[in-house]
Design a protein around this ligand. Structure first.
Ligand code: ATP
Ligand code: LTN
Length: 335
């Protein structure tokens, strides 16, 4: 008998070039999990426009993100890779789920509060509704698991709440998904301000390593990374957040454990340590960068993946949407 695989869903916004946080917290796990699960990986351009985007750049980053997914090892023959806006069911289900979500719940979301503060001139309805669209993404595909970085935990919780709420009012309709968080790399912090997560859209680019940074840039950014005034390479998030973050990055990019890394740099200064972290990251990124560039020169290949992906995704999504419409009482014409 053919083994029935569980379903996995995740997405990344095409808001900028990816960072090593996106890589370590999300994409790398996408690759690791693609044999075990039936995987759907989306490019969340509808989420991206909750913050103002430059249209030409948004288009280019969408294609760039597909190339990056594939260059990192996500296999388009095993996974469904598609653009969120190519499957209208996302917007349609989000509308229905809006009526099962309370304004107060959305106002309390940490990301909403953060982004409202950062974009005070544009606190639009979409920004507030972001978690509901994300719930629609996940629930359309009956996802059992959702691999994301720790920053998305609250959004996963609200997705579960909405699913349970709907199932209780009607009858079991949605699969209630589980978040999947890796231990290493689930939260990479900013190199200049290790109290903040490394983000694609941070103001200070020196705190962020982008996937397309050159080796020289990577090493320079690590050399300037904020540490502390003693000189011991030791993991201690509270008292040594900068060094701890560098240790996490090193561990995540070399596969060595934190104690192994601490032992390796015992008695050495921060200079040697930072250089080693930079080199480890650059070594992993170099082949990915080459492959991304090669893929981007073949637009037809990438478009074909998008077309096929949207078709496969819509097939699953529309079934769920039909079921929801039926349950809530939307009229359907007879045959
Ligand atoms: P933005 O800065 O535009 O809000 P972002 O860098 O947070 O974007 P997303 O597209 O929102 O990136 O996230 C894609 C995935 O990467 C999510 O699973 C998220 O949890 C993960 N991720 C983002 N930043 C980090 C980080 N610093 N450490 C670990 N995982 C991260
Ligand atoms: N909000 C997510 C991106 C995202 C997502 C999803 C992740 C949009 N839809 C569905 C998992 C499942 C983020 O990482 N910022």
């Amino acid at each position: 008998m053919e083994e029935v695989k569980k379903t996995l869903y995740s997405a990344v916004q095409p808001t900028n070039t990816l960072t090593i946080g996106n890589y370590a917290g999300a994409i790398r796990n996408f690759v690791r999990l693609q044999d075990e699960y039936r995987c759907f990986y989306a490019i969340a351009n509808m989420h991206a426009i909750t913050v103002r985007q430059n249209p030409a750049e948004l288009r280019q980053k969408t294609l760039g993100l597909l190339a990056t997914y594939i260059a990192c090892g996500v296999d388009p023959d095993k996974c469904t890779l598609y653009v969120q806006s190519h499957v209208p069911a996302h917007a349609e289900l989000a509308w229905v789920l809006n009526t099962f979500t309370y304004v107060g719940e959305m106002e309390r979301m940490t990301q909403f509060k953060d982004k409202s503060a950062r974009h005070a001139d544009n606190i639009n309805m979409g920004l507030m509704d972001y978690p509901v669209l994300m719930a629609a993404d996940i629930l359309l595909y009956n996802a059992d698991v959702v691999p994301v970085g720790i920053d998305q935990r609250q959004h996963l919780e609200i997705t579960r709440d909405i699913a349970i709420r709907f199932n209780n009012i009607y009858s079991p309709t949605f699969v209630v998904p589980e978040g999947l968080y890796t231990k290493v790399g689930a939260k990479i912090n900013d190199l200049q301000d290790p109290s903040k997560k490394m983000s694609k859209s941070a103001e200070n680019p020196n705190g962020t390593i982008f996937m397309d940074d050159t080796k020289d840039t990577i090493i320079r950014k690590f050399k300037r990374a904020v540490t502390d005034s003693d000189s011991e390479v030791r993991y201690d998030e509270e008292n040594k957040p900068g060094v701890s973050n560098l240790l996490s990055i090193y561990s995540s990019f070399t596969g060595k454990t934190i104690p192994e890394a601490e032992a390796e740099f015992a008695g050495k200064g921060y200079g040697d340590f930072k250089l080693a972290v930079g080199e480890a990251v650059a070594d992993v990124l170099e082949p990915v960068q080459k492959e991304t560039a090669r893929l981007l020169s073949d637009r037809k290949y990438l478009d074909d993946i998008f077309r096929k992906g949207a078709e496969d995704a819509a097939h699953v999504a529309n079934k769920t949407l039909d079921k929801v419409y039926r349950k809530i009482g939307f009229y359907r014409c007879g045959n």
